[in-house]
Design a protein around this ligand. Structure first.
Ligand code: UD1
Length: 345
């Protein structure tokens, strides 16, 4: 029987990698994306990688009429993986209502439509940002959730609450996946992260500096209470992350979930400092990266990495790719971007 999954935000960074892994696992994929932070050419690039064209619909999930029509048109959708959201931390501080409106209403519309159309499985894209600076490391799913440092982070926390409250009232089962720091690109070099404007995140800033689009990487603080003084994060290869979504939707379809709502951390379980990331990039590419130490970035937490034992045990999933593979794939992608790969397709 055909397994059809709706992927919202499927032309985005993590969404596109997940579509690839879903298709490789035998799923038929429908993408809904408003292209506010991605481009339609990604559909063709996914086709190049897998040989299959996902169905593509362009609209924003705040439009519940369009969403209803989509569920009417595709009556056999078995589950939804929901990525579509605004995600720029800095922008969310300046425009909180844009974030609350879009990210919350999209989820609410989705849940309502799913209930109306009997689509009872949801995988939600959450973030380790819900933990803030945890009291204990590594951080497990049972750690208390801290006040979010940005409206963006708060939308992830509120969305989790909305799902938790809703699963008890309608026939729906859901899994939230709390990502640590997704980086890297598909091994084909055909899809990857496409930051709008100047990148705010570390790895795209590194690759853009190495290619000459940025002059110098600023390392935000070297006086933290960590071994080398720079912040520590749990970087995870986007392909490992994508694979976890296939496992999660499989789990719901096969009714292996133990409760109607489950939450899993997705990381490698290893923390790496900013300086370690730079060194891994230099080692795997043979390049010298231009960087300088700068002041701390407001809102940054000192260190966080995941306890992944729950995902390892219950999902039977484990991240396989290491820091150098993450950096190498990110670099190939940056070089392909510079060579015009996205425009040629
Ligand atoms: C940020 C968001 C998080 C989001 C994630 C997406 C915050 C507080 N958190 O996480 O909600 O899910 O991005 O990937 O913004 N760094 C530099 N120089 C740079 C850029 C970053 O030194 O030019 C450092 C940062 O200080 C940090 C590390 O690199 O220590 C990682 O930063 P980044 O990639 O922005 O991710 P997070 O801040 O962890």
């Amino acid at each position: 029987m055909e397994k059809k999954v709706l992927v919202t935000g499927g032309t985005g960074y993590i969404g596109s990698h997940t579509v690839v892994e879903l298709q490789k696992s035998g799923y038929t994929v429908i993408i809904v994306d408003d292209l506010s932070n991605s481009i339609q050419k990604v559909v063709g690039l996914i086709h190049k990688i897998t040989g299959q064209i996902p169905i593509f619909e362009q609209f924003n999930l705040c439009d519940s009429d369009q969403l209803n029509l989509l569920f009417e048109k595709h009556s056999n959708i078995c589950g939804v993986i929901h990525f579509a959201a605004h995600k720029a931390v800095g922008e969310s501080v300046g425009q909180p209502l844009k974030y609350y409106h879009n990210n919350l209403l999209s989820l609410i519309n989705l849940l309502k439509c799913q209930a109306e159309h009997g689509v009872d499985k949801l995988v939600f894209s959450s973030s380790c940002t819900v933990y803030g600076q945890p009291d204990e490391l590594p951080v497990s799913e049972s750690a208390p959730l801290k006040h979010a440092t940005s409206p963006y982070g708060n939308t992830k926390k509120i969305c989790e609450d909305i799902i938790r409250d809703t699963v008890g009232t309608i026939d729906i089962r859901a899994i939230s996946l709390r990502y640590f720091n997704p980086v890297g690109a598909h091994k084909s070099g055909l899809i990857g992260e496409l930051p709008l404007g100047t990148p705010q995140n570390l790895v795209p800033f590194i690759t853009q500096t190495a290619i000459g689009k940025q002059n110098v990487l600023k390392v935000f603080g070297d006086n933290y209470n960590t071994p080398d003084g720079t912040c520590i994060r749990d970087y995870i290869h986007v392909t490992d992350l994508a694979k976890a979504h296939v496992v999660a939707i499989d789990r719901l379809i096969q009714q292996k979930n133990e409760t109607p709502y489950e939450v899993f951390n997705l990381g490698t379980g290893n923390g790496h400092s900013v300086m370690e990331v730079i060194k891994a990039f230099e080692k795997t590419t043979g390049l010298d990266l231009a960087f300088e130490i700068a002041g701390r970035r407001t809102g940054d937490i000192e260190q966080v990495w995941a306890d992944t034992s729950l995902a390892n045990l219950k999902l039977g999933w484990k991240a396989e790719l290491g820091l150098e593979e993450m950096m190498y794939s990110a670099w190939i992608w940056e070089k392909n971007l510079a060579a015009g790969i996205v425009n040629q397709s």
